[in-house]
Design a protein. Structure first.
Length: 565
RNA sequence: CUGCCCGUAGCUCAGCUGGAUAGAGCAACGGACUUCUAAUCCGUAGGUCGGGCGUUCGAAUCGCUUCGGGCAGGCCA
């Protein structure tokens, strides 16, 4: 089955080269040597052919011959039957350049038409179970820009892996236990008492949550339940208030993410690790294995046994588990209880210190730490009027995901957060994101799609619809702009593969921009309507295929592909 | 002090498991609408790849070093 034409061609070239080499060796034109890998790449310069290999330079040392001489020998022994290769040239220091006939492009056009919505799906994952855990925002407050970037990035990584043939689970780790929930309770309690007994009745804790949302929660609580908690004990009061506010926060987070187009399969509760006994089991396991030590009244995980520089506290001297212990139990659940083959965690770059100790912990659990990948993404800076924007125009408070969606919309947000590699800082220009012009890449791509839809509508109204591929002479597509566009379309499965391998969906936003650009160029150079029928049909097919590819990429990114603009 | 990330055109960024003349978008400048959406296209200009040393046939890419920016280094998460 041909799912990825580019890969097929690379395999063909690989075969051609290997058999040519072994033939030459047999004829003793070359000394015998091992080829580890035939690297096949697409040259930057079009005049250097469609694909090229540097095998002659790589093997020059073993063969003890000049690269160009090796290349010549190899080329003389090549066989091209049943391949797309049309001719071969030796160039530069010893590159072997392959020039293909256009059939590979026409074949890939057939693929697009045959697969439609499924075009781009590949199977490098072979159904392996992978979990992508992302956002996992602290449920004590609203979603911030870091969560917004993490959400767009994580969701797209998950989508890319699904397209690449993995069995993907999107998971949100709800930190509903531990220290920050304690602080949440103290903060709620303080606001509650301030509301009922006056501002000065209690002092608000310095390290509490100062946001207005805490006050709003308590105003609502008082409205609904009055002062019934004023006279009960503090811990009971805090618990009641947390039980009231926390589910509301989690609901709000769910709703916000839904509007953002991010839907999780699993909302995993940290508290459940305590309730189910898994946390204790994990602790017992670590102790039993001798991976722990006691020091200064606390219990430590000896991460130094696994190459780390220092050990980590897992039980404080007051007996309370740390977040890290819960996280170890959590990863035990991911790997050992739920049997994921691969786990990907998204983390803001400010948490990078967590990565190496987590890997140590995974190793301590008896799991190959390579099965854990942590994608660190750098922080976001918002710009408005050329200046750094921190506050929402409407609320005057820190800009939340909800504010962002209100200001620029989901399409722009999802697109912009995926324009840069995760390891780079991201400047988000709020003015640009809403601009309806060619400066704004989102509109550039959406416009291409809408333009195509408009063309198809017009032709449809004249009784011309997209033809069956078998009734079309695709060889008529041979103008430069047509070939360029075909090339771009044929690249999609390969793009999915690369995005999956590098966990970098930003290459897909670049790719879809390229497709849109190739289309716009084609549009200005070639007409569809009004051409003679055979040519019109062929071009119509190309245009329709472009629409399919753009729509597929946008769907993967959770961005609308509008039919009209 | 130590560790991680980043430094490429005026701006925002690709390229980084070493390859041929370092790419794109925006901004700038000059062109293209009697015909399928000009929210578009075509062209021009723009660079000591932060600096230095090394590795080799070959370095933006790898190593060392240095400078500049960001972030970490809690019995916080």
């Amino acid at each position: 089955m041909m799912t990825n034409i580019v890969e097929t061609i690379k395999k063909q070239i690989d075969n051609v080269v290997r058999s040519a080499v072994s033939k030459a060796v047999k004829k003793e034109e070359l000394p015998s040597f091992e080829i580890e890998e035939v690297t096949v790449e697409t040259p930057k310069e079009k005049t250097h052919g469609d694909f090229s290999t540097n095998i002659a330079m790589q093997t020059a040392k073993f063969a003890k011959k000049a690269p160009r001489q090796i290349a010549e020998t190899v080329v003389n022994n090549m066989e091209f039957s049943n391949t797309y290769v049309e001719k071969v040239e030796i160039a530069g220091p010893g590159f072997i350049n392959f020039y293909l006939n256009n059939n590979w492009l026409y074949d890939s056009l057939k693929e697009v038409q045959k697969k439609r919505k499924e075009y781009g799906r590949i199977n490098i994952g072979s159904g392996r179970k992978v979990m992508v855990e992302f956002v996992s925002a602290n449920p004590t407050g609203p979603l911030h820009m870091g969560n917004a970037r993490g959400g767009a990035l994580g969701d797209c990584i998950a989508s890319v892996l699904e397209k690449a043939g993995y069995d993907v689970t999107r998971e949100f780790y709800v930190n509903d236990a531990g220290n920050q929930i304690g602080k949440f309770g103290i903060s709620l309690e303080a606001r509650y008492l301030q509301l009922l007994k006056g501002e000065n009745a209690v002092e608000f804790p310095e390290d509490g949550y100062h946001g207005d949302d805490i006050i709003d929660h308590m105003k609502n609580y008082v409205k609904e339940h009055g002062d019934k908690l004023v006279d009960v004990g503090s811990s009971e009061r805090q618990k009641a208030l947390v039980d009231y506010a926390l589910p509301k926060n989690i609901e709000r987070i769910k709703k916000g993410l839904q509007e953002y187009g991010v839907n999780f399969d699993v909302w995993f509760s940290e508290q459940s690790l305590y309730d189910s006994g898994e946390l204790k089991e994990t602790l017992d396991y670590l102790k039993e294995k001798g991976y722990t030590k006691e020091d200064k009244g606390a219990l430590w995980f000896k991460s130094s046994l696994f190459g780390a520089e220092k050990d980590e506290v897992i039980l404080r001297n007051n007996g309370v588990p740390t977040y890290f212990l819960a996280d170890i139990a959590y990863h035990r659940s991911k790997f050992l209880k739920r049997k994921f083959d691969w786990v990907i965690n998204l983390l803001g770059a400010d948490h990078h210190g967590h990565v190496s100790r987590m890997k140590c912990a995974v190793e301590a659990l008896g799991v190959n730490p390579d099965k854990l990948d942590v994608v660190l993404f750098q922080l976001v800076r918002l710009y408005r009027n050329g200046e750094i924007a921190r506050m929402s125009k409407r609320t005057g408070k820190a800009i939340s995901l909800t504010d962002l969606l209100e200001e620029v919309g989901r399409d722009a947000a999802r697109f912009f957060f995926n324009t840069k590699a995760s390891g780079n800082h991201l400047d988000f220009d709020l003015d640009l994101a809403v601009k309806k012009s060619n400066e704004n890449p989102v509109f550039y791509v959406q416009y291409a799609h809408a333009r195509i839809c408009s063309m198809l509508r017009l032709l449809e109204s004249e009784g011309v619809s997209v033809p069956e591929i078998n009734s079309v002479d695709v060889h008529l597509l041979d103008k430069e702009e047509e070939i360029e566009l075909l090339r771009k379309l044929s690249q999609y499965p390969e793009e999915i593969k690369l995005a999956a391998q590098t966990l970098e969906p930003s290459r897909l936003t670049r790719y879809v921009l390229d497709v849109a650009a190739a289309f716009h160029s084609f549009y200005n150079a070639c007409r569809v309507k009004g051409e003679r029928e055979e040519l019109m049909k062929a071009r119509l097919l190309l245009v329709d295929s472009t629409k399919v590819v753009i729509a597929n990429v946008l769907e993967l990114l959770s961005i609308n592909a509008p039919e009209k603009m």
